[in-house]
Design a protein around this ligand. Structure first.
Ligand SMILES: [Fe+2]
Length: 171
């Protein structure tokens, strides 16, 4: 079992402006094909779409350098790096990602500035999960955390159905 200690590191203005703008401009050209559909739990309920970043994409090295420079997490390489498009869900989907790497980065790219388009972090007591820390969506905000933490997108509680786009890396 990986560490469930929070040790969450939030870094705003994570990408330099020029790189962030380039990423935002590339969103309309992304292919969110059903081939990449990841079903998080129940079909038709908790769904997100993914668009993998090619390992040779220059963004990979840019990100590795930024993480090592700006965060207290250390990275050599990604085991997963993908854009995700997350729509509203019916209920929280509390999970850990501890099958992959020790650490995770989530960078909010585009969507409404809404606390409920962000991520909730939970503690487990007995068989129950309790929301303990709540990070709101903000463009170009990076959230780094150990993969053993229970978390969920909070889009289930958002006012509208506008999806959020984020970049997710595991390492
Ligand atoms: Fe996750």
């Amino acid at each position: 079992m990986k560490s469930s200690a929070f040790n969450i590191h939030i870094i705003d203005n994570f990408f330099p402006d020029d790189i962030y703008e380039k990423i935002v401009k590339s969103i309309p050209t992304m292919n969110w094909g059903s081939r990449d559909l990841m079903d998080s739990k129940k079909e038709g309920d908790h769904l997100w779409f993914s668009n993998l970043v090619h390992p040779e994409d220059e963004l990979t090295d840019i990100l590795i350098n930024l993480i090592n420079e700006k965060s207290f997490f250390k990275i050599k390489k990604f085991s997963l790096l993908t854009y995700t498009l997350q729509s509203r869900t019916e209920e929280p989907f509390v999970h850990t990602d501890d099958s992959s790497g020790d650490s995770q980065i989530l960078i909010y790219i585009d969507g409404p500035v809404d606390i409920n388009k962000g991520t909730g972090f939970y503690v487990k007591q007995g068989n129950e999960f309790f929301l303990n820390t709540h990070v709101g969506f903000f463009k170009n905000r990076a959230v780094l955390f150990p993969t053993g933490i229970w978390h969920s997108p909070l889009t289930w509680n958002s006012k509208d159905g506008i999806p959020r786009i984020a970049l997710i890396g595991q390492f």
